[in-house]
Write a protein that binds this ligand. Structure first.
Ligand SMILES: NC(=O)c1ccc[n+]([C@@H]2O[C@H](COP(=O)([O-])OP(=O)(O)OC[C@H]3O[C@@H](n4cnc5c(N)ncnc54)[C@H](OP(=O)(O)O)[C@@H]3O)[C@@H](O)[C@H]2O)c1
Length: 312
């Protein structure tokens, strides 16, 4: 198949290019600069310089594509401003609109939308699945909107739409995983009181990418949760990563203190359960994680860092 990927240079996107190519597909990856071209080419894809917000540009990029993938996000990192979040919203909503239109124009069979399991997190912390009612907040609302834009486009244009909702992902090259490791080594990554009992469904970015490949090859429409087999609390995840890195045992801080340094959204994320399962993805798309637990995934993270000479 020919796959057009927006977001092909990101943490998940780089893996999408490599994995689709490994499975014998032809990949065209949207890029915006020389660095992006190098990333896509190094993984066996063809870079296409274009503008996500320009319909004509995306129609040209998606020419002859069987599958169009929207894996672009602009999630801000340190101390985000409202303008940065607004850009992320635009990438999600307008990106979904432009890419579904391009998919229809070029006669694609399937459109895949990256989303996040957060959107279906239940207020009381109960476990949830793909059928659960959605409960977005101000940041995840645009992910819900992108899902709706995609599903509606599938009905209007007659192509399959797959929504792949990823758990809280981590990877050796993800900004937040690296920042986490660095802060642990400096003794500056405390555990928030209350996070010990709040298990969260997570996923290694390579397994998030392989979920897209499985759904593309299954050629189905639907919503799937891409998470590993063992939800883990932020406290246990941090403690395990600290042990791997021979870092100091993380200190405990109250939620109130943490709120002052990392903000309310992050504290809520880490102190409330987010429990879902991959059983629908396994059954319907034949997907299996390469890293079924966070211990398996953290071994890979730390091994990769060791090979790169990153962190002591
Ligand atoms: N989802 C989670 O679980 C989670 C949790 C905490 C933090 N994060 C952080 O969120 C980020 C998410 O990773 P990711 O793979 O989704 O994103 P990423 O690694 O930041 O990559 C984003 C992708 O979207 C593209 N993109 C951004 N703005 C674009 C635009 N206006 N037009 C076209 N393409 C655009 C980027 O292209 P360029 O390379 O050209 O910029 C890149 O290919 C990471 O930094 C991660 O550390 C994620």
């Amino acid at each position: 198949m020919r796959i057009f990927i927006a977001g092909s240079t990101g943490v998940i996107g780089r893996r999408l290019v490599a994995q689709f190519v490994d499975h014998g597909h032809t990949v065209v990856g949207l890029t915006r600069d020389d660095r992006g071209d190098d990333i896509v080419e190094a993984r066996g894809g063809d870079p296409y310089r274009g503008d996500l917000f320009d319909e004509e540009s995306m129609i040209r990029g998606a020419k002859d594509a069987d599958v169009v993938v929207h894996a672009a996000t602009a999630i801000p990192t340190d101390d985000p401003t409202p303008e940065e979040w607004a850009l992320n919203d635009r990438v999600r909503r307008e990106g979904a609109h432009v890419l579904t239109t391009a998919g229809a124009e070029v006669g694609a069979d399937q459109y895949l939308q990256q989303s996040i399991v957060w959107v279906a997190r239940q207020p009381g912390g109960a476990a949830f699945d793909e059928e659960s009612p959605l409960d977005p907040d101000s940041i995840t609302q645009s992910a819900v909107d992108a899902e709706e834009i995609a599903l509606e486009a599938g009905e209007n244009y007659g192509f399959d739409v797959g929504v792949v909702r990823c758990g809280y992902f981590y990877a050796p090259d993800a900004y937040h995983t690296r920042a986490h490791g660095e802060a642990l080594v400096r003794g500056k990554q405390p555990i928030i009181e209350g996070s010990e009992d709040a298990k969260i469904s997570r996923i290694h970015a390579s397994d998030a990418a392989s979920a897209f490949v499985a759904v593309a090859e299954a050629g189905e429409s639907g919503v799937w949760h891409a998470v590993d087999d063992e939800p883990v609390s932020a406290a246990a995840f941090s403690t395990s990563l600290a042990e791997h890195l021979d870092a100091p045992v993380p200190k405990r801080v109250s939620a109130e203190t943490a709120r002052r340094s990392v903000g309310d959204i992050q504290v809520k994320l880490l102190t409330n359960p987010m429990l879902t399962s991959n059983s629908k993805l396994r059954t319907e798309a034949g997907w299996e994680p390469a890293y079924p637990t966070y211990q398996d995934g953290l071994n890979d993270v730390v091994e990769t860092w060791g090979e790169e000479g990153y962190l002591p």
